[in-house]
Design a protein. Structure first.
Lengths: 291, 171
């Protein structure tokens, strides 16, 4: 099908974009990469009155990697982030997760920040923002503010942002020192939406004993959730911790729904398997970094 | 700031600047087919899954059904019609990927073929042709396009065939 009629503006500055969003009212929607929004329009699941295309806004296409973390501008395409070595060094989950975002043609156009603003609980980057305890920077006519992932996601495809607002960047903090990360997902076809996925961070102390285990899941729950799995393995040597026990704990903490692609029970099974699998990889990395 | 329902855009399509006045809701895929008469770009699922409508925007594969025509204003688009080269003697030379598809019988009904050809052509041009292409690279390259006829075996064979031909040409 074709999108329902709408009005279109492609402002050249952020102030102009906010002015148009204010003027056009509640029915206006920001368009960035469009790889999630345009399908919704074509399927008539969404019918905004106005699209405000931010692709011409200056200064939003950069990735800044510092010791604290990685800030990704609103116009950075998945494909660009995937190949940003500095970003991958500071926060390895970015490249690991981005490699699983759809297919190359989608990654060439889709934006990382757009997929977060889209707030799809089956999105890779929403889970990564959550497990890294990240935030987004939001511009409104009254000023700019940072919004933590905890306050951002309200429901499937729903954020706490109302009225004229443009998410201008996302910030992914670096993992704590002596940490390892991993990402894995199961999809019916590589690049399709994940039936289930996991993003994990394992942290150890100077004696290589586990001090913290965090996990976030894709396609499990209505909004991204972070689960603390530390209790299953706390104090254990990173080389011999019982990661299957952490997987078993994760299975008891999640509450997935069933759908056409997978039953709730199967998703819970995947949570356990993917948790164990990713924690083994993350633990090996944490062990390597604590030598 | 103008807020429009219709716009005139200029897009360089297959090397030729083309102008069209389109409703802002027109998808790039439809603008190529209906406004510019380039029906080589096929429209399958129209929500980004099948890959049949893939074109190159500024050289990179993009789903033309997931882009508005107004967003292509000022950009360069290559469709499947732009892959073959003028031989300078009134004829055409197929792109190595097209040649390989013919050679390997990599198409049956042909509906998905334009998306495969543009995607594979861009992918092979972007890689270092001196290194032999791996099965993993081939899978990654064609993994975003659906074909309901061939079972993919001959498409993958064609990718390897084309990669070898392009490496030979580059030598």
């Amino acid at each position: 099908m074709k999108p329902a009629p709408f009005r279109y503006a492609d402002p050249g500055t952020l102030d102009e974009a906010l002015a148009v969003l204010s003027g056009e009212g509640e029915g206006a929607k920001v368009l960035a990469g469009g790889q999630s929004l345009l399908p919704l329009l074509s399927m008539r699941l969404a019918a905004p009155t106005t699209l405000v295309d931010i692709n011409r806004l200056p200064g939003l296409d950069t990735v800044e990697a510092t010791g604290d973390g990685v800030r990704v501008g609103a116009l950075v395409r998945h494909a660009f982030l995937l190949h940003d070595d500095a970003a991958a060094r500071v926060q390895p989950l970015l490249a690991r997760a981005t490699a699983n975002v759809a297919h190359a043609a989608i990654r060439n156009r889709g934006t990382t920040v757009g997929s977060i603003a889209h707030a799809d609980p089956s999105g890779e980057m929403t889970a990564v923002l959550a497990v890294t305890d990240g935030s987004v920077s939001v511009a409104t006519p009254s000023g700019t503010s940072d919004v933590s992932w905890r306050d951002l996601f309200v429901g499937p495809l729903e954020t706490s942002l109302h009225g004229p607002a443009v998410v201008t960047s996302a910030f992914f903090p670096a993992p704590p020192s002596r940490s390892g990360t991993a990402f894995a997902e199961v999809a019916r076809r590589k690049g399709d939406y994940a039936v289930c996925g996991a993003a994990v961070v394992v942290t150890v102390d100077e004696n290589r004993r586990v001090t913290a285990v965090r996990a976030a899941y894709l396609s499990v729950g209505l909004v991204p959730e972070v689960h603390d799995l530390t209790d299953a393995v706390v104090g254990k040597p990173v080389d011999s911790a019982d990661w299957a026990a952490a997987g078993a704990l994760a299975r008891t903490l999640v509450d997935p729904d069933g759908d056409l692609h997978a039953s709730a029970d199967y998703r819970r099974l995947l949570v356990g398997a993917l948790t164990e699998r990713t924690l083994i990889a993350a633990a090996a990395e944490a062990a390597g970094r604590s030598l | 700031m103008s807020v429009d329902t219709e716009r005139t855009v200029v897009v360089t399509v297959n090397g030729v600047p083309r102008e069209a006045t389109v409703p802002v809701r027109r998808l790039l895929s439809d603008a190529l087919r209906h406004d510019l008469g380039l029906t080589g770009t096929h429209v399958g699922c129209e929500h980004g899954v099948c890959g049949a409508c893939t074109v190159l925007v500024d050289g990179a594969p993009v789903r033309s059904c997931l882009m508005l025509a107004v967003q292509a204003d000022g950009h360069a688009v290559t469709t499947v019609e732009g892959l073959a080269r003028d031989d300078g003697r009134g004829g055409w030379v197929l792109h190595p990927v097209q040649e390989a598809f013919r050679e390997c019988h990599a198409l049956q009904c042909g509906f998905c073929t334009p998306g495969f050809l543009t995607t594979i052509a861009a992918g092979l041009h972007a890689r270092d042709s001196s290194a032999e292409i791996t099965d993993e690279e081939v899978d990654e390259l064609v993994g975003g396009n659906l074909c309901r006829c061939t079972g993919y075996a001959n498409i993958k064979k064609a990718v390897k065939h084309a990669a070898a031909a392009m490496a030979e040409d580059a030598r």
